[in-house]
Ligand binder design. Sequence first.
Ligand code: FES
Ligand code: MG
Length: 565
Amino acid sequence: MTRGLRRRLTSYGDQDFSLFLRKAFIKAMGYSDDALDRPIVGISNTYSDYNPCHGNVPQLIEAAKRGVMLAGGMPMVFPTMSIHESFASPTSMFLRNLMAMETEEMVRAQPMDAVILIGGCDKTIPAQVMAAASSEVPAIILPTGPMDTGNHRGERLGACTDCRRLWAQYRADAISGEEIAEINGRLASSVGTCTVMGTASTMAAMVEAMGLTLPMSGSAPATSSERARLAEETGRAAVAMTETGLTTAQVLSTNALRNGLVTLQALGGSTNAVVHLAAIYGRLGMKLDLAEFDRIGRQVPVLVDLKPSGSGYMGEFHAAGGVPRLLSELTDLLDLSAPRAFGGTLGDAIAGLPVRFEEQVIRPRANPISRSGAIAVLSGNLAPRGAVIKHSAADPNLQVHEGRAVVFESVEDMTQRLEDTSLDIAADDVLVLRNAGPKGAPGMPEAGYIPIPRHLARQGVKDMVRISDARMSGTAFGTVVLHITPEAADGGPLAAVRTGDRIRLDVPNRQLELLVDAAELENRMKALPPPPPAPERGYAQLYDRHVTQADDGVDFDFLMASARG
Ligand code: FES
Ligand code: MG
């Protein structure tokens, strides 16, 4: 195998001349021949002024470079795009596949013998793992880590479960305009990712359980010296990986992926992880079996007491032993022989754990938060290819519920009508949002957490059954059915629901039914208006033509492994 700067010298017919040119140009950066003849570790730079979740990336790059050099390698930093949840329009999910494509192609295009992918905000680690799964270059993930918590009038705050909870109180007139402005400056008190078990924390913990990042990397705080030391150690590990050559596709065996699913359930993790994992399965030529995921959920207890399912923050999870401690409670449900990208097996991660000292945040098996997992998969005539609900974060009284549908045609329609105090709606109605799926919105926004209508919120209503083809932020909570597949804009029966229909949700029996007979439903489907015209140009057109549904991870069809034959 050719290594270092000799890797992939395909630009010119004369290989020696190609190397001569590469060296001539790169020497302009001040590198010596000695530096250039070493194994090269690429380090992706996802820093951006628009991305506070990646605000510590420059420090992590420095530390990772140091680790690479201490181990005798040559670090090469290169940029890839940076996506923040609040600054990516129309949605960050719309751009995830673009980032996955860009990362894959830049790793492939440039000479590197291993790569460190530094990421944190929700879509970044998914995009990077998708890219790594499709690439033959050994890859290790270095998460940016969770932000610190803040304090408001004696109460701890952390983005962004508290953002939603306190904003809901403000909408219900329980908090003044002055106080909510004060809170605004205290929700995100440092750089780093959201400090609850939202999508970023869930994905970081899952990649640790799947062997793609060093132990404790899934949880060490963004601002801690431990995070910087982990970055240095990641640099050293990456140099060793240039020798072993183990690819991400080799690390992510069926059993490693299953370890990820078990971890997701035990974490009380984000529903978004189901979509991202489905995409990773697709990159490896496999299909995530939602029925199996649901079966795993029935066996695996929720053990992690973090918001939004519980009450703690990521700092406590880390202090309690992080992912290794969690895995040590689940050994009978995991394949501990699964290899890790940087050597050894998953079992090695939990072999040297100190004696348990903390039972609050990571519970022992005998004392779980809930006996079955966080996320259930529903089906029925309204969701022929599935839907999910994070029932660990839902009102127990609404898990079996029948109510009258109140339909919103789009996110805009919902936003306008929910503020209208004359809206005809009661607390036991079912809020239905459609045209918010992968194609419909486009980009499957996190609009599934439909706000409680303002006048009901003022009356103290805290939860209602809400169903949609959208996603929901991993930091949100409530009786919210998501990812209805197929979506309304792709021929799903959700398109045919009318206000006044009856809908029945039965979480224990995993059912979501529209109580309208099949013939009537078929007639309604036939009478639907044609879809709006496709985007005329650019990435939006590529997206519209090739995006798949939630059960295939909302990846592009041509990026899935089967497309490569
Ligand atoms: Fe980046 Fe929450 S906004 S992790
Ligand atoms: Mg999020």
